[in-house]
Design a protein around this ligand. Structure first.
Ligand code: SF4
Ligand code: SF4
Ligand code: ZN
Length: 145
């Protein structure tokens, strides 16, 4: 059982770092399900509870609660995360942040829906897996950003 309904693509699933938590394996799985970065800490994996970006003081203070409002963006920690995701999963947090900032949340979510909807079954694909969790259709991570 997975949570891959495209209706999960909501503004509150966009994490401060630019991660789209609706595409995360921890969100999509039902066992040990994570509610997303803005959800209750008690339900998250330890790595996200103690995330140095989510807990960054600047994030807590700025109005949008996104890194794009920080004059140090991209800081070393964001660069490291971005590099890891670009390399492993074909997704760039920094590109996501710039898109939200420049084009707005609605346009970002529409683009994410287009990019990550499985062409076979219409479910949301998982950024961490090379195949749709719902129907198994394979996809190429490198087609991401
Ligand atoms: S594990 Fe982290 S990245 Fe994944 S949904 Fe939870 S908060 Fe978001
Ligand atoms: S870019 Fe700025 S707000 Fe984001 S983690 Fe780095 S220092 Fe904190
Ligand atoms: Zn599918």
């Amino acid at each position: 059982m997975t949570r891959t309904d495209p209706s999960a693509l909501e503004p509150n699933m966009a994490a401060p770092c630019g991660m789209n938590c609706a595409l995360c394996l921890a969100f999509q799985r039902t066992k040990r399900h994570c509610p997303g970065c803005w959800g209750d800490d008690t339900d998250k994996p330890e790595s996200c509870r103690s995330c140095i970006i989510r807990n960054c003081e600047t994030i807590q203070k700025n109005e949008s609660h996104f890194c794009y409002d920080c004059e140090r963006m991209p800081c070393q920690r964001l660069k490291r995360l971005d590099k890891r995701y670009r390399t492993k999963y074909g997704m760039s947090m920094i590109a996501n942040l710039n898109e939200i900032k420049d084009r707005g949340m609605e346009a970002f979510l529409a683009e994410q829906a287009e990019r990550y909807t499985c062409p076979s079954c219409g479910s949301l694909r998982c950024v961490h897996r090379p195949c749709c969790l719902n129907c198994g259709e394979e996809w190429d991570h490198s087609q991401g950003q």
